[in-house]
Design a protein around this ligand. Sequence first.
Ligand SMILES: N[C@@H](CCC(=O)N[C@@H](CS)C(=O)NCC(=O)O)C(=O)O
Length: 228
Amino acid sequence: MITLCGMSLSNYYNKVKIVLLEKGVPFTEEVVRTGSKVDAVLDATPLGKIPFIKVDGQTLCESQVIVDFLEARFPERPLLPADALAAAKVRELCTFMELYIELVGRELYAQAYFGGKVDDSTQERVRKTLERNLPAFKRLARFAPYAAGDSFTLADASAFATLPTVGNATRAIYGVDLIAAAGIDWKPYLKMLGERASLQRVNADRKRDTEAMAALAAAAAKAAAPGG
Ligand SMILES: N[C@@H](CCC(=O)N[C@@H](CS)C(=O)NCC(=O)O)C(=O)O
């Protein structure tokens, strides 16, 4: 049995979870927060990043490595084409989204999602980079109707992890969704993906955990308040 470790609030965690669900691989989940100092966690994921999996008495980190492993170990419901070049084209999209969109946009998350501040020069640099990278992604992606063509693949799991998170972050910071502004109409695409049972489960679990965290934070704030 595979154990998926991390949190449902993480887009990379959800990318792996979608792949497990799409492939019908049995798994359990274990909550592990980012930035752990626990030795056993750092042995599994030395930078404290999530997700990682436990499998066959070993561990594996890095979401793309994990989904590639799942594809190789559980080929029955494939999420890559059988043809080697076609499969590489799907991975090309996954790599492109991670390196040139997600990792760039991630610099905005502290302010967009976590109440922090991203300095103006970083905001400006990220905007310039995204305005260069997004049209490049548009050239490569197909959305016909799936990211890599006519069937659901690993690229759609990557797109789920990338497009809403970065699109919404840019809207929060710049007042404009840079992904949509680049002509990538990701909302109807995500809505179409959202009809799949795998995404419904992932979205429901994330909603449940987000609400539970908000309730905990509210209870802690109440207890800390004078007379609380
Ligand atoms: N390249 C990694 C990225 C994972 C990642 O950055 N996860 C975030 C949560 S969404 C995290 O752990 N952030 C904490 C950190 O970077 O220290 C992967 O694909 O698994």
